[in-house]
Design a binder for this molecule. Structure first.
Ligand code: FAD
Ligand code: NAD
Length: 485
């Protein structure tokens, strides 16, 4: 006999666990199945994000930034600290503690909300049944609705043998036992840049990023990407575009790597190599053949705008479906599907999902890039305000970067906001709200912001859309000086 639920969710990452809690809040009898085990072999909720993704990477970014700042950034404030030492073991233990507190927090939330947690690997069968395997044991759960949230795993390259010691994926790169002196990274995307920054700040002498594409961060606004590339290069990240690995071999504790760029083939040797070339959906074996689950050519689960699969009562959310592979995107889909199952109206606004790269300076954006607007032939105005003109940024000693607002030329509606600079990961929320509420550059320009605060730069960028920023010379807003209408 199968255990019966109203909703069964496969996967307890930020998509699945959020869906589970909201289903339970809405009075639905809910079970959430997850296979994850922590390094001690104990069940751990939270998926990639909490265990080996967002949270441990941000813990290390924070620790490494504090280390680098203590070593190099305090002197200008008149603070002397003597010799600064690094205890990598302690840093890693802190990271593990942060992860554990949060994963245990999800278990508590499940208990408090009455979500049944089922440990094991799930497979979707026919007629809304899920078979859960744990060792030799198998249980079958049946439900009126099934939400698939199996997440994603790192892409592997056929030419590179990931041995887990010298050549690792992002998970291995979060747990090096010592700082590699020469670090190679394949892929200059989000993970490559964030983890490359961590190890460079902690003392890696050489960090080389081999990126296959011709342009740097092509998904970001190119004005932002240009400054980012210059800044990261200045920090010692050696970014080599147009570079493809030909061979990679581990011998005598060294990684010998050959890559090709426009100038021909080059040999390099590294102590450690991180492969960070994207992620793929965890859909191998997720459904039995008789379930009839439809996947696309890359293995993503086929869903409509509201995350319905073509199978009645079966939904899919998070990294395993189309759209950006971001925790908050999956969580919003989880909330939407829970509400829809409960018979409520719900949707996700895919146009207002923010992106953040947690480097120094931080990069964040929402909405359309300038290159996308140009390609679509949309007439827009641009207002740019540099942090060098912000009193707060000066007081902080953190003036690199700018905020750019793109607004529709006719309606003044904000179409995109792009930032590079201090606390962009926090500042971007203002832009998301503005776009979500259909705000115009004028709306922001007429809003009062506290002084002195970094958020004033968002205010001034909005003023700059109409050539009216106070703290920059008019020439700087040249592109934006035409009045609307
Ligand atoms: P996941 O988090 O992958 O969770 C899926 C869960 O389902 C896992 O626990 C898995 O074990 C389980 N599962 C899979 N198949 C089965 C099965 N058959 N049976 C039972 N259980 C199953 N995103 C951000 O938004 N911000 C960041 O700062 C950020 N940083 C990141 C840093 C790194 C190093 C990495 C790797 C990723 C980062 N991401 C970040 C991406 C983010 O982690 C993912 O977008 C997010 O975790 C996806 O959530 P999900 O719930 O879809 O899947
Ligand atoms: P990514 O797509 O950001 O970057 C992968 C990079 O590798 C790309 O620039 C790609 O051109 C390059 N590449 C692909 N094949 C290559 C090859 N053979 N040789 C050299 N370069 C190659 O993917 P990622 O950095 O692995 O991150 C995976 C996902 O996790 C992303 O979708 C991202 O959204 C998510 N993530 C988000 C955050 C965040 O929100 N701050 C942080 C980390 C990861």
């Amino acid at each position: 006999m199968a255990d019966k639920y109203q909703v069964v969710i496969v996967g307890a990452g930020p998509a699945g666990y959020v869906a589970a809690i909201r289903c339970a809040q809405l009075g639905l009898k809910t079970a959430c199945i997850d296979a994850w085990l922590d390094p001690e072999g104990k069940p751990a909720l939270g998926g990639t994000c909490l265990n080996v993704g967002c949270i441990p990477s941000k813990a290390l970014l924070e620790s490494s930034e504090q280390y680098a700042h203590t070593r190099q950034g305090l002197a200008e404030h008149g603070i002397g600290v003597g010799e600064v030492s690094l205890d990598l073991d302690a840093m890693m233990l802190r990271k593990l503690r942060v992860v554990k507190e949060l994963t245990q927090g999800i278990a508590q939330l499940f208990r408090a909300n009455g979500v049944t947690h089922v440990q094991g690997r799930a497979q979707l069968g026919a007629e809304r049944c899920v078979v859960v395997s744990q060792g030799e044991d198998q249980t079958t759960l049946s439900a009126e609705h099934i939400i698939l949230a199996p997440g994603s795993s790192p892409v592997q390259l056929p030419t590179i043998n990931m041995d887990g010691q010298y050549v690792v994926d992002s998970t291995g790169a979060l747990s090096f036992s010592e700082v590699p002196s020469r670090l190679g990274i394949i892929g200059a995307g989000v993970i490559g840049l964030e983890l490359g920054s961590v190890w460079r700040r902690l003392g890696a002498k050489q960090v080389v990023l081999l990126e296959a594409q011709e342009s740097f961060l092509p998904i970001a606004d190119q004005q932002v990407a240009k400054l980012a590339q210059r800044s990261f290069t200045g920090q010692g990240l050696d970014i080599r575009l147009n570079s493809r690995v030909k061979t990679c071999e581990v011998k005598d504790d060294q990684i010998a790597l050959r890559y090709q760029d426009n100038d021909g083939e080059h040999d390099m040797s590294f102590d450690r190599l991180i492969v960070a070339v994207g992620r793929r959906p965890n859909t191998d074996g997720l459904a039995a053949d008789e379930a009839g689950l439809l996947l696309d050519q890359w293995g993503f689960i086929h869903v409509d705008e509201q995350c319905r699969t073509p199978l009645p009562g079966v939904w899919a959310i998070g990294d395993a479906v189309r759209g950006p592979m971001l925790a908050h995107k999956g969580s919003e889909e989880g909330l939407m599907v829970a509400e829809l199952i409960a018979g409520h109206t719900a949707h996700v606004d895919y146009g207002t999902i923010p992106s953040v790269v947690y480097t120094l300076p931080e990069i964040a954006w929402v909405g359309q890039t300038e290159q996308a607007l140009r390609a679509a032939g949309v007439a827009y105005r641009s207002g740019v305000f540099p942090f060098s003109a912000s009193g707060r940024a000066r007081a902080m000693g953190n003036t690199e970067g700018f905020i750019k607002i793109l607004a529709d030329e006719k309606t003044d509606r904000i179409l995109g906001v792009h930032m590079i600079g201090p606390q962009s990961s926090e500042l971007i929320a203002e832009a998301v709200i503005a776009i979500q509420l259909g705000g115009s550059a004028e709306d922001i320009a007429l809003t009062v912001f506290a002084h002195p605060a970094l958020s004033e730069s968002f205010h001034e960028a909005a003023q700059a859309v109409h050539g009216q920023a106070i703290h920059i010379a008019p020439a700087k807003t040249r592109k934006a000086r035409k009045k609307p209408g």
